[in-house]
Design a protein around this ligand. Structure first.
Ligand code: UFG
Length: 329
């Protein structure tokens, strides 16, 4: 059984990976500053170290307490729009602190590193579905900060032999099927939880950001991937590192429009969702859908919950059961 360090393991995607690791019998330590993450999202049995990534002493202490089989690095700022207003903040917090973490992992002899990367590397892609070979052109400092980490990992492997997996997430969605964890951001900006809140009358309506895109119904299309399938892909990618470093796009390979998501929430909840078309949100590409065949072929990964109905059903169940999220603020 392995021993793993998960930065950002109290956050949405990170905590689902922690559950997957623990379900597989591994030992997990979470390193999280709990600004976006939640203490209550860390499952019993995992060790939590509440510290900043910038805290060199704390970081070195935990890395020295090895050996670690791998470090999973989730801790990051992740809002594209915010990064357009505070570029240097994103570059410092995500890129600079991330590079320092990679350097510390090399110094402490960590053999494997798994990075939460993003579809935001592709800006406005030319080809759909998006393969790993698509032109990289981050449309935001957020995407740029993740690209810098991918490049740092390239050199960490080439010069120091640190094996890494760069996993470019498309739209993480849903919740743990057993109801142990779910999505709780503050503020919430993601489509599915906001539409669910509108269905539950916790907010007056959902604002649809544009219906004049070049898509069949005019609204943006995204590749929603179940957060537990995303977690499983991390375990598969980790095993694949035996053969060398890898980069994968992580989506289901199918797209759904904003209007389709709203209709699915109505179907799952049995309620009407008040929706209003507003202007486009700056920086939103019309279509982002992953080509997931490389991941499937090389790791044997296959999503268990790839239909939108199941994704929305799990998200709805968690959000309905946790009106105030983890309620630990
Ligand atoms: N949307 C609305 N109304 C809302 C919120 C979202 O219409 O109130 C639309 C957006 O315009 C977009 C779609 O719903 O077309 C999905 O939006 P999200 O904010 O849920 O997700 P994004 O696709 O914008 O962003 C996600 C991740 C980012 C990541 C990006 C990769 O959250 O971290 O994918 O491109 F960078």
């Amino acid at each position: 059984m392995g021993r793993y360090l998960v930065t950002g393991g109290a956050g949405y995607v990170g905590c689902h990976l922690v559950l997957a690791l623990m379900d597989a019998g591994h030992t997990v330590t979470v390193y999280d500053n709990l600004r976006q993450g939640h203490r209550a999202a860390v499952p019993p049995g995992a060790t939590l170290i509440a510290a900043e990534l910038a805290d060199v002493a704390a970081l070195n202490a935990v890395l020295a307490d090895g050996p670690w089989d791998a470090v999973f690095h989730f801790a990051a700022l992740s809002l594209v729009g915010e990064s357009m207003k505070r570029p240097f903040h994103y570059l410092m917090e995500n890129a600079a602190l991330g590079i320092r973490l990679i350097e510390a992992c090399v110094a402490h002899g960590v053999p494997r590193f798994v990075l939460s990367s993003t579809a935001a590397l592709f800006g406005n892609p030319e080809h759909i579905p998006i393969s790993e070979d698509e032109r990289i052109d981050p449309g935001s400092p957020y995407g740029e900060s993740k690209l810098m980490l991918e490049r740092a990992l390239f050199w960490a492997d080439r010069i120091h032999g640190l094996r890494s997996a760069c996993l470019r997430y498309f739209n993480a969605a849903g919740a743990d099927p057993a109801g142990r964890a779910g999505e709780d951001h503050n503020p919430e900006t993601h489509l599915i939880p906001l539409v669910i809140d509108a269905a539950l009358a916790r907010r007056p309506e959902i604002a649809v950001f544009g219906d004049d895109y070049p898509t069949p119904d005019g609204t943006c299309i995204r590749d929603y991937i179940h957060v537990s399938d995303l977690a499983e892909a991390h375990l598969r990618a980790l095993a694949r590192l035996e053969e060398g470093s890898v980069t994968y796009n992580l989506g289901n390979g199918a797209g759904h429009s904003v209007k389709q998501v709203i209709r699915m929430v109505e179907q799952v909840s049995g309620r009407t969702v008040p929706a209003r078309i507003v202007g486009r949100r700056a920086g939103d590409p019309a279509i982002l859908v992953a080509a997931s065949d490389k991941l499937r072929r090389e790791t044997g990964w296959a999503p268990r919950y790839d239909d939108l109905e199941t994704i929305v059903t799990h998200a709805f169940a968690w959000r309905q059961a946790h009106p105030r999220g983890y309620d630990d603020r």
